[in-house]
Design a protein around this ligand. Structure first.
Ligand code: GLC
Ligand code: CA
Length: 570
């Protein structure tokens, strides 16, 4: 396949649904499959072609569904297999596709395989998970290695029944599957085939980078005071992972015309991303990298005194690296956030300027090449939740970290709540704002989680009534991406960064049969710039009235964003 070869998943717009918070159809306070069906027309009108739905499989919900106890069942809180089939059917009627999470790294500790596995060392399922003996040290029996888990503490959990440790890179309730075992791999192929048979059009492959583990159990040499070392390379992007995914591709993915997008945390490099998703040899269509999620200081803020500011130069460097180095080599997904991140306006925008900053951020991202993935509520300008106390949070990862941190002498609870308040995954998991009724139109009973603090004003009902809303701006962007006059350039064109050293303005060209210029002022201030060598032929979209067309002295207002059709100025 060549980079330019037309494929539905290259030319589509995706929308991510965190099902638990999207729409409750039966008034139990929990979003569900039938709730999604109710909102398909809304999504269709926005311009969405496919939905990625977060896990709805049977689960004890330690990690809101990423801890699966039966891959072949729908959790009763979300509906039934029949509801799922109906969703696929209703989506199809509207020419929309469904993709689902494929959770390969782990199961729940309540999965029958793990229940069997932990019983005794001879159990046929023992080898479905990763069991190791502890090490005898002066202080007694300790973990086989000093590696930290993503959710806090060690990657090893002691199980007294058989006096061994099992590996879990997330929660202790999510034991890691042993991918060295061919039976595990075969079982997981069956899981994927089962959902394909039910009509899904692809998968978001959860935690795809971690299937292979360092075989030799050596301690990390990271030199810091942490007891457990955050050395993600011990179980990220290793050679075996690529082999397992290649096999998966051969056995399952390659058999259908499907979309596959892998989540490659653990800091996959561009080279590794091309290895995963290269147009020629990759086993996945594309991979989500996290680099652009860390270009401001929300993950480093210590206390209320630290000001939050975007490092635009850093963000531009990241975008430029990914979009030039992967060009013609690997496809890119375009996303600002997902269910593991703070809200976009609260991280890179301005909560008090939802339309201007929100539309600017949309312009900055969605005129690039790749497949857009919108996160629910992004089109409304939903924001972070004002978390005040530890009980306000839900995320298992956060609670684990809290339990570890609070043991340290230096721990300050107030600072911890402030830090997590601005970066917690829980921010993205608040309830979708449908209207201004008591529970935001999500349900008639109290929802399982918090409402957006602005839901009474900023909700779908109001957005649809206001022709100048962020919602319609997003809709217009998606129409432009599909407009025959521009789509070739916008979807397949080359990316070229301009004004590389400007600290305030993000500016790039897209080039194919047309040349399209994108300009975005990231900050709440006026700024004049000069773009040489081009003149304006037309304006495709802009977030201010009375647009400026003089590229020689382009006076940009706060958060101003404009997309021009341009030609060379000889
Ligand atoms: C991925 C998911 C995240 C989950 C983790 C464990 O990172 O996006 O929500 O907690 O995998 O499955
Ligand atoms: Ca429900």
């Amino acid at each position: 396949m060549s980079f330019h070869k037309s494929k539905w998943w290259k030319e589509s717009i995706g929308y991510q649904i965190y099902i638990k918070s999207f729409k409750d159809s039966n008034d139990d306070g929990i979003g569900d499959l039938n709730g999604i069906i109710e909102k398909l027309d809304y999504l269709k009108d926005l311009g969405i072609d496919f939905l990625w739905i977060c896990p709805f499989y049977q689960s004890p919900m330690v990690d809101n569904g990423y801890d699966v106890s039966d891959f072949f069942k729908v959790d009763s809180s979300f509906g039934t297999i029949k509801d799922f089939k109906n969703l696929v059917k209703e989506a199809k009627k509207r020419k929309m596709k469904i993709i689902v999470d494929l959770i390969l790294n782990q199961t729940s500790d309540e999965h029958i395989w793990f229940i069997e596995s932990r019983k005794d060392k001879e159990n046929p399922y023992r080898n479905f998970y990763i069991w190791e003996k502890g090490r005898e040290k002066d202080e007694g029996l300790t973990e086989p290695t000093n590696w930290a888990s993503f959710f806090g503490g060690s990657v090893w959990e002691y199980d007294s029944k058989t006096d061994e440790y099992y590996m879990k890179i997330f929660s202790k309730h999510m034991p890691d599957l042993n991918w060295c075992n061919p039976f595990v791999r075969k079982k997981m192929h069956e899981v994927a085939k089962f959902w394909l048979d039910l009509g899904v059009s692809g998968f978001r492959v959860d935690a795809a980078a971690h299937l292979g583990r360092k075989k030799k159990l050596v301690d990390s040499k990271l030199n810091n005071n942490d007891k457990y070392k955050k050395d993600w390379r011990m179980f990220s992007n290793l050679k075996e992972t690529f082999i397992y995914l290649d096999e998966f591709n051969k056995e399952v993915f390659s058999k259908g015309d499907i979309l596959t997008v892998g989540e490659v945390g653990g800091s996959a490099t561009v080279k590794e991303a091309i290895k995963y998703s290269g147009i020629k040899k990759g086993s996945l269509n594309m991979v989500f990298n996290f680099d652009h999620c860390f270009c401001n200081n929300v993950y480093d803020v210590k206390s209320k005194d630290d000001k939050i500011k975007t490092n635009l130069i850093g963000l531009k460097r990241v975008f430029n690296m990914w979009h030039t180095k992967t060009y013609k080599k690997a496809w890119q997904p375009l996303y600002w956030l997902n269910h593991d991140h703070p809200r976009l306006l609260s991280q890179y925008g301005n909560e008090d300027e939802p339309f201007l900053s929100g539309s600017m951020l949309a312009v900055a991202l969605y005129f690039k090449g790749g497949t857009p993935f919108i996160y629910q509520g992004e089109e409304l300008g939903m924001v972070n939740y004002p978390f005040k106390k530890i009980e306000d949070f839900n995320d298992v990862s956060l609670i684990n970290h809290y339990n570890h941190e609070k043991e340290k002498a230096s721990f300050n609870k107030e600072d911890f709540i402030y830090q997590e308040g601005i970066r917690s995954r829980d921010n993205a998991r608040t309830i979708m704002s449908w209207d201004n009724s008591k529970y935001a139109g999500f349900s008639n009973v109290k929802p399982w989680f918090h409402l957006d603090k602005n839901y009474e004003k900023r909700n779908v009902k109001n957005a649809l009534k206001d022709k100048d809303s962020l919602y319609y701006f997003y809709q217009k962007i998606f129409k432009l991406r599909k407009d025959k006059r521009y789509s070739k350039t916008l979807i397949y064109g080359k990316y070229q960064q301009l004004l590389k050293d400007d600290e305030d303005i993000y500016c790039y060209l897209r080039k194919e049969d047309k040349e399209i210029l994108v300009v975005a002022n990231f900050f709440n201030k006026n700024k004049e710039i000069e773009i040489k060598g081009y003149k304006v032929k037309d304006i495709l979209i802009s977030n201010y009235k009375k647009e400026n067309k003089n590229l020689k002295s382009l006076k940009l207002r706060p958060y101003e964003a404009i997309v021009y059709l341009v030609e060379r100025d000889k």
